[in-house]
Each structure stands twice: as structure tokens, then as C-alpha cells.
Design a protein around this ligand. Structure first.
Ligand SMILES: CC(C)(COP(=O)(O)OP(=O)(O)OC[C@H]1O[C@@H](n2cnc3c(N)ncnc32)[C@H](O)[C@@H]1OP(=O)(O)O)[C@@H](O)C(=O)NCCC(=O)NCCS
Length: 145
């Protein structure tokens, strides 16, 4: 598997996963903005034998690496792709000068919370009714050494 920066050519495959995964998926325009205009955003994809199997979007705001989006093709979850992408992302954040990483995750999202905790993220506080369906979010944080 390789991990490389996403390009506009990856958008169809990214959007397929995005639409298949999230209740309020990001739109094509949103990803185009991330790829072409947002100077603080980083979008990387994991590719296996030429197929896009996962992606991640994060922002660098000063010393904080904010993880916005991490998703793996449904049929390929549970095989280590998400962890590999996250490890790669955290390394890139450190190289970019981040001192910590933050994220929000649905309190019902057990797989993601388990992944983040296993990578050293801790729950910092609850964000009440953070999502459009009123679900709460855990704000999580990982300090880099
Ligand atoms: C969260 C996600 C990215 C994890 O990717 P993945 O490739 O399936 O995860 P991995 O195989 O690398 O597993 C890494 C860890 O995640 C956790 N995990 C993964 N699947 C799990 C499941 N079904 N139940 C509980 N924990 C799970 C475990 O801690 C696992 O470590 P382990 O294998 O040592 O037990 C993936 O499930 C996904 O795309 N989910 C939908 C999108 C999403 O929720 N993104 C996060 C938004 S904040």
C-alpha cells in the first residue's frame, strides 16, 4: 500500500467512500476547496494496487493538526488500513511542526474511538449536540512528545 497526496483525479473514488460512509458527506466542491484553495489543508490517500482504499483530510492551524476526515472503503475495514493512514498522518503533522493533534468523533463511533485511543488520543471534553442529528461528539487530543 502506498500513501500519497490526493489530486483532483482521486475525487470520484474519495466521494464514493465519503457518500458511502457519512450521513452528511462533504461535497465535491468542499474537497476541491481543500485540494486547491485551502492553504492549511492536507488530503492524502491510501492506494492498493491502483485502487483508492482510504483517505484522510487534516488542517494545520499553527501548532495544531486537526484531523477532519479519515475513512476506509467499507469492504476493507478491519485490515489495518485506517491505522496505517493515521500513523502516517501523525508523522506528517509532527514533521510539519504540530505539537498536538485534535479531532471530534461521534460518541457512538466505537471503531474510530478505539483506533484513536490506541494511538494515544484522549477524550478531552464532550461537545453536546455537535452533529446534525443532535448526536454528541467527543473532542479528543493527542499531545506530541
Ligand atoms: C475508523 C476507520 C477509519 C478505521 O479504519 P480500519 O482500517 O477499519 O481500522 P484498522 O483495521 O486499522 O483497525 C485499527 C483499530 O481500530 C479499531 N477498530 C477497527 N474496527 C473496529 C470495530 N469494528 N470495532 C471496534 N474497534 C475497531 C481497533 O482499535 C483497531 O485496532 P486492532 O485491530 O488492534 O483491534 C474505519 O472504520 C472507517 O472508515 N470508519 C468510517 C469512517 C469513520 O468513522 N471515520 C472516523 C470519523 S472521526
Amino acid at each position: 500500500m502506498i500513501i500519497r497526496p490526493a489530486t483532483l483525479l482521486d475525487l470520484d473514488a474519495i466521494l464514493q467512500i465519503e457518500n458511502d460512509t457519512f450521513d452528511s458527506p462533504w461535497t465535491r466542491d468542499h474537497f476541491v476547496y481543500e485540494l486547491q484553495e485551502n492553504p492549511f489543508s492536507f488530503v492524502f490517500i491510501a492506494e492498493e494496487k491502483g485502487y483508492l482504499v482510504g483517505y484522510v483530510d487534516w488542517w494545520k492551524t499553527f501548532e495544531v493538526g486537526q484531523l477532519n476526515n479519515l475513512a476506509v472503503v467499507k469492504a476493507l475495514r478491519g485490515k489495518g488500513i485506517g491505522r496505517t493512514l493515521l500513523i502516517d498522518t501523525l508523522q506528517r503533522m509532527i514533521k510539519a511542526g504540530c505539537q498536538r493533534s485534535v479531532l471530534e468523533v461521534r460518541i457512538s463511533n466505537k471503531p474510530a474511538i478505539s483506533l484513536y485511543q490506541s494511538m494515544g488520543f484522549e477524550k478531552s471534553h464532550l461537545k453536546k449536540q455537535y452533529y446534525e442529528n443532535d448526536e454528541d461528539a467527543w473532542a479528543m487530543i493527542k499531545e506530541f512528545e
